[in-house]
Design a protein around this ligand. Structure first.
Ligand code: ADP
Ligand code: MG
Length: 263
């Protein structure tokens, strides 16, 4: 296994002030991810999932520890990490294809190659015919397809997704999960996907990492031994249900702790 991402002893302390005391969000995270893995990180709300992903994305700085992508130290954002968030983060004044071409254009790719590239990813996410639409003319699920295509168009080493389907209705969500798996199988990208949904974490992952309630630590590391390609039928499989029971127990304990922490 060739490691692509290495997270070594990462902690994050949000400093306090007169009104608020400091918050230890992450406590000694150690994690190695191999190329082509699909990792889901499952954890209760407030456990530090987004903080961890933002650190890998270079949007947030860890307090101690280090993160390496392909042996080079992460010190800020870069197009070698493609990010997709829960809230639709498309540029509202750009069309679907302009959104997807944004990164390549900034890098100086010429118009013809850009068009070819955006057509390829528009096809991949099933949005043919919507090239000239604006984000507000699209449903939530379609907007997230554009966000995924935009991230892929930069040809990142790793895709970082922070609860990207969290705002979608359940049917749309399942379809998006299948689509993302298809994209993963075709593109063989490494994916780090955050969720608080147990089913989603199992369905997508080759490995589920469970986080504790705050301060976030890695509590369990569970390989999902269900073959690909996977469709929603897998969710009725007895192995899937066994994973679901086990992970539900693990996450339930942490959610109970998290609720106590809030009170
Ligand atoms: P999750 O994504 O798992 O819900 P977050 O990573 O967003 O959790 O947050 C982890 C903890 O860190 C929470 O208690 C949150 O309030 C706190 N936190 C996140 N960002 C900041 C910040 N910029 N300043 C202070 N505290 C923060
Ligand atoms: Mg979050």
């Amino acid at each position: 296994m060739e490691p692509i991402l290495e997270i070594n002893n990462v902690t994050k302390l949000f400093a306090g002030n007169k009104k608020n005391k400091g918050i230890l969000a992450l406590d000694t995270i150690n994690l190695t991810i191999a190329r082509n893995e699909f990792i889901t990180i499952l954890g209760p709300s407030g456990c530090g999932k987004s903080t961890l992903l933002r650190i890998v994305g270079g949007l947030e700085e860890q307090t101690t520890g280090s993160v390496y992508l392909d042996k080079s130290k992460i010190e800020g954002p870069s197009s070698n990490r493609g990010m997709v968030f829960q809230a639709y983060s498309l540029f509202p004044w750009l069309t679907v294809e302009e959104n997807i071409q944004f990164g390549p254009k900034n890098k100086g790719m010429d118009a013809r190659n850009r068009k070819e590239l955006s057509d390829k990813y528009i096809e991949l996410v099933g949005l043919k015919g919507f090239e000239r639409h604006y984000p507000k003319q699209l449903s939530g699920g379609m907007q997230q397809r554009v966000a995924i295509a935009r991230a892929l168009a930069n040809d990142p080493e790793i895709l970082l997704l922070d609860e990207p389907f969290g705002a979608l209705d359940n049917q749309t969500r399942v379809i998006m999960q299948e689509l993302l798996l298809e994209i993963w199988e075709k593109s063989k990208k490494t994916i780090l996907f955050i969720t608080h949904d147990v089913e989603e974490s199992i369905f997508l992952a080759s490995r589920v990492l469970v986080m504790t309630s705050r301060p976030g630590k890695i509590k369990a590391d569970i390989p999902i031994e269900i073959e690909h390609p996977r469709t929603y039928h897998v969710k009725m499989d007895h192995r899937f249900l066994q994973y679901k029971e086990h992970l539900t127990e693990l996450i339930r304990d942490e959610s109970l702790k998290a609720i106590k922490l809030e009170n």
